[in-house]
Design a protein around this ligand. Structure first.
Ligand code: MRU
Length: 324
């Protein structure tokens, strides 16, 4: 991704250190967070220095490099960081296999990351074909380069369409409580793609008013029948899109598809800390007695999905997807 004219990835490995663009600080500060050991990497994933399913997977492969002296312990630590994104588990299994087969850990990790970047680029090329000139597209959360090392999943088709000269306009859900929409806002600003940020609960208003032609989101885990987990609030966007006859697409690489589960009821949903809801930038916005629930994801049934934009092609029905 281009940031102030220079190419960046959301994370990279340099001289034995895993470096992240610190996503907790964006969009106000651009800082690099160094992870020198497995514990730093564990912290970065848990605390959302790095976030977004494919980027978490990429962090895990380098985490395995940092802890390669004891792979089963490292794998166990990393598996416990976040439960919902399938990429994390896919990436750890990939590294366990490679290291057991005596492959060089760093080479294997670099290979994984180059591959995931290429898959996201191909998602962009596939998805761009359904974007028509002057389309207005809604997206939820951040499924951009920050969430995936480069290009993005949902945002990759936007990038390619924009670079090809197609005119598009993006509605960006703010995405309470962690405001990942601001990361999307920042990425689209850097890419010069016209857009506005809207409160999550304004999405229905714009869809009903005929202001949205299509919805594209990312995914954190996709079951064999196409039910998928994504950032909390995705489900209601899919239902409203369906009610208003707006096509709803999900963009994701192979690492997000979970072959082991038959439907969305088997997806574990992460519940995060109370303070994500009760505070904004350390300012308390709810009294101490207020009880909260904070699920980070929800599951959208496949019946609401028009198509899955993958690196291979767009699948309208996952029965045709050979990997599943
Ligand atoms: O909790 P996060 O920020 O790690 O959530 C992940 C996401 O950014 C989204 O759900 C995204 O749409 C899928 S990952 C490209």
């Amino acid at each position: 991704m281009k940031i102030r004219g220079k190419e960046w990835r959301s994370l990279w490995f340099e001289n034995g250190v895993l470096k992240f663009i610190d996503q907790r600080k964006l969009p106000y500060k651009f800082e690099i967070f160094p992870a020198k050991n497995v514990e730093d990497c564990e912290y970065a994933i848990k605390e959302m220095v790095v976030r977004g399913a494919p980027a978490i997977g990429a962090a895990a492969v380098y985490g395995m490099v940092l802890g390669k002296e004891n792979i089963s312990k490292t794998a166990e630590i990393l598996r416990k960081t976040r439960p919902t994104a399938h990429d994390l588990f896919y990436a750890i299994e990939y590294m366990v296999d490679k290291i057991k087969n005596n492959e060089d850990a760093l080479n294997a990790a670099n290979g994984y990351v180059e591959d995931i970047i290429d898959r996201c680029r191909r998602i962009g090329k596939t998805g761009e074909k359904i974007i028509k000139n002057d389309m207005r597209i809604l997206t939820h959360c951040n499924a951009g380069a920050l969430a995936t090392v480069d290009y993005g999943t949902a945002l990759a088709p936007f990038r390619i369409a924009n670079r090809k000269g197609k005119k598009i306009f993006v509605y960006v859900d703010e995405t309470r409580p962690r405001l990942q929409g601001l990361l999307t806002d920042w990425e689209l600003k850097e890419e010069k793609i016209p857009h506005v940020v809207i409160a999550d609960n304004a999405a229905g208003y714009f869809m009903k008013n005929g202001d949205v032609d299509m919805v594209i989101t990312g995914a954190d885990r996709i079951a064999k029948n196409g039910d998928f987990a994504n950032k909390i609030g995705t489900y209601e966007k899919a239902v409203i899109a369906n009610e208003n006859n707006i096509p709803f697409y999900v963009a994701a690489p192979i690492s997000t598809f979970d072959k082991k589960i038959k439907d969305g009821s088997q997806i574990k949903i992460e519940e995060r800390e109370r303070k994500e809801l009760t505070k904004i930038n350390e300012n308390t916005i709810m009294p101490e007695w207020t009880k909260v629930r904070n699920p980070a994801f929800d599951v959208t049934p496949s019946k609401y999905v028009t198509g899955y934009i993958t690196e291979e092609k767009i699948y309208e029905n996952l029965k045709d997807f050979k990997i599943l």
